[in-house]
Design a protein around this ligand. Structure first.
Ligand code: HSE
Length: 290
């Protein structure tokens, strides 16, 4: 039996649309075993078949390794909520690829694994931190996928605010405009330069100033019920900034002062939807064989 542990991820971090992401200490565990027929458990019934993303990634990776894929027994134990903007699908993709390497007895080629995960997922900002851990920037060049890991300043604390409803990344991407205003592009690229600086230097006021995105958040907030009230309550509780995690609906809050989570959760209970706030840390290890 092979076990692959993959962290959740929060992509975009405001102004880093499709190029910045961070691994979180919420995990999924994927257990692989060769089997006579495909058997999948630990996920909704609709995914217990050949269309399962872990299985599809496993097939792709085996094919790339030049090995005929054999059926597997796959057991999933996941704490990463589905369709909440916390990288559950990236975790599946990364697990499938690493599971294939492990079952093939092949040492992991990080560069090739990341390129394949990105090809399957469509963008690198979740799979890169899920694979290598930490706060990671990625850029798909003509031939090479570049990644760079930034050391997060230790003063930052992270909270996720997870609602009881889901959003689909596909729909959240369809809402984005085909063209954007030149001034919005300049605003985002300027802020991103300083966002990475603020995240690494611990300059909280700078972080607060530069995390407001103009490329995706304004278009997607319509899918996130009560986003403004949850964001305001979290800021009043001490957060420097509150961002849409990936394509939502989870929100990521970044703070430097200690936030009273119990009191914030009490306030969230008054809302129409069920929101829960949790403290999370950045995972620095990335996906591992366990
Ligand atoms: N960067 C992606 C998006 C992350 O915002 O659509 C979600 O998969």
């Amino acid at each position: 039996m092979i076990c692959i542990k993959v962290p959740a991820t929060t992509a975009n971090l405001g102004v880093g649309f499709d190029c910045l992401g961070m691994a979180l200490d919420i995990y999924s565990y994927f257990y692989f075993k060769p089997s006579k027929s495909l058997q999948i458990s630990g996920c909704p019934t609709e995914y217990q078949n050949e269309n399962n993303l872990v299985y599809q990634a496993y097939i792709e990776a085996m094919t790339e390794l030049g090995i005929k894929p054999s059926p597997i027994k796959l057991v999933i134990k996941s704490d990463i909520p589905l369709e909440r903007g916390l990288g559950s699908s990236s975790a599946c993709v990364v697990a499938g690829v690493l599971g294939a390497y492990a079952l093939a007895g092949h040492p992991v080629n990080q560069e090739k694994a990341l390129a394949l995960c990105t090809k399957i997922e469509g963008h690198p900002d979740n799979v890169a931190p899920a694979l290598i851990g930490g706060l990671v920037a990625s850029y798909q060049g003509d031939q090479i996928l570049y990644t760079s890991r930034f050391p997060l300043h230790s003063s930052y604390k992270f909270l996720v605010l997870i609602p009881d409803f889901r959003t689909s990344t596909e729909i959240a991407r369809e809402l984005l405009p085909e063209k954007i205003d030149f001034t919005d592009a300049v605003s985002n690229q300027s802020k991103l330069l300083f966002a990475t600086q603020a995240l690494t230097s611990g300059d909280g006021p700078l972080l607060q100033e530069v995390m407001t995105d103009k490329l995706h958040e304004p278009y997607r907030k319509q899918l996130i019920h009560e986003v403004n009230i949850v964001s305001d309550l979290t800021k009043q509780a001490g957060a420097l900034t509150v961002l849409v995690s990936g394509s939502g609906p989870t929100l990521l809050a970044i703070a430097q002062e200690k936030i009273d989570i119990d009191s914030l959760n009490d306030q969230l209970k008054e809302l129409k939807h069920q929101w829960k706030c949790y403290k999370v840390n950045s995972d620095l290890e990335g996906a591992t064989q366990c």
